[in-house]
Design a protein around this ligand. Structure first.
Ligand SMILES: Cc1ncc(COP(=O)(O)O)c(C=O)c1O
Length: 364
């Protein structure tokens, strides 16, 4: 979505004056969320390495670092390139990189920044090894293990050990530890077994990196991790509220939309559909629909087409009128960020800054 040109100045424009649909982020809430997570990590001796997937903005990464984060996490090389160009120089890529093109890009980054990468297979390890050799620079390598998500990650301690051993045998590579997502009871079981097995082989585990905002506030009780990678906590969303990890007052991002049609008493149509809200749902127990209309909590966004959001008002006593502007708490804030060229940041309802989403759309 193209930014409203008049946002840029941030000179006293109110949210109500912005053209819809428009994602708006409350900067006071962002600042409180950032400080709260850093304080939690400090209190429990955890290094914080925020995942930039939620904001995709060097400005926000810099704020996180200024508050005490040791570096950042990116999922894709394209995100890391944007961040390094902006002067963020300690980056972990939590994603297996495969192939010569990726090796060349990683090498270019390793010449300019302190890089570390996750691997769960020998092909990804060969890619990192080739990059480090080309750059003649050290790259940290973490072995990813699966803690139950059944996505990437080795499934056994033996596999982790074999990979770690292979890392230690490569010039320029440093075995930097183990990582997983999310962090849970299975993380604790795996790491306990790994510590024993690695010790026996004489390979110390320098660090264990865990992640995930929904479980962040109790992670110190759940698993013995050293580093926390969290992204969503900066803005929060309906999934975080549903998980009991954030309150509505801690949700910084809302999408403002306009009721563009009221074809029947129980149906409203919004100017925000999947291009604005995404088509992500939350777990059924967290609530129905494609976002929460915060001022009409019984309304349900039952369908999203690209440009239309269909709202079922049958359970509402009070109903939004044609032309009314409504505020939607997105189900999943990270994907909403990725759909927009820039975000409007506000304080007390006034737009103070518009920031481009510089690392949006980086699929490789
Ligand atoms: C590998 C990895 N680490 C950390 C995170 C951060 O998770 P959250 O946004 O829940 O904090 C994610 C999120 O997808 C992830 O995939």
């Amino acid at each position: 979505m193209a930014p409203n040109s008049h946002w840029r100045k941030g000179t006293g424009m109110r949210i109500e004056e912005l053209e819809t649909p428009v994602p708006v982020v409350d900067l006071d809430i962002v600042e409180r969320n950032l400080k709260k997570m850093q304080a939690y990590c400090d209190a429990h001796g955890l290094a914080l390495r925020p995942h930039i997937k939620t904001h995709k903005m060097p400005e926000m990464a810099q704020r996180q670092i200024d508050l005490g984060a040791k570096g950042i996490t990116c999922q894709k090389l394209g995100e890391a390139e944007v961040m390094v160009d902006a002067g963020i120089l300690d980056i972990f890529i939590s994603y297996p990189l495969i192939g010569a093109q990726k090796a060349a890009r990683l090498a270019a980054l390793a010449k300019r920044a302190t890089m570390s990468v996750a691997v769960d297979n020998t092909l990804a390890l060969a890619t990192v090894a080739a990059a480090a050799k080309e750059a003649e620079a050290e790259i940290g390598v973490l072995v990813e293990f699966d803690s139950g998500l059944k996505r990437t990650g080795v499934e056994t301690v033996e596999q982790a050990l074999l990979l770690a051993k292979a890392i230690t045998e490569q010039p320029y590579l440093r075995f930097a530890g183990l990582m997983t997502y999310p962090t849970n009871a299975q993380t604790a079981l795996f790491t306990a077994e790994a510590k024993l097995a690695f010790e026996e082989m004489g390979i110390p585990i320098p660090m264990i990196s865990g992640g995930g905002s929904p479980g962040a506030w109790t992670v110190h009780e759940v698993a013995p991790i050293d580093e926390l990678r969290v992204g969503t906590y900066i803005y929060n969303d309906r999934a975080m509220v549903g998980a009991g990890a954030a309150s509505l007052k801690e949700c910084a991002m809302h999408v403002w939309a306009t009721v563009i049609s009221r074809p029947s008493p129980d149906r409203a149509i919004l100017d925000a559909g999947s291009k604005t809200l995404s088509s992500d749902l939350v777990a059924p127990e967290m609530g129905p629909g494609y976002g929460l209309l915060v001022d009409y909590p019984r309304a349900v966004i039952t369908r999203v087409n690209e440009e239309h959001g269909t709202v079922d008002l049958s359970a509402c006593r009070r109903k939004p009128a044609l032309g009314e502007r409504v505020r939607i708490l997105p189900n999943h804030t990270c994907v909403v960020t990725n759909l927009h060229d820039s975000l409007a940041f506000t304080r007390k309802g006034e737009v103070v800054q518009t920031i481009p989403v510089a690392a949006r759309g980086k699929t490789s």
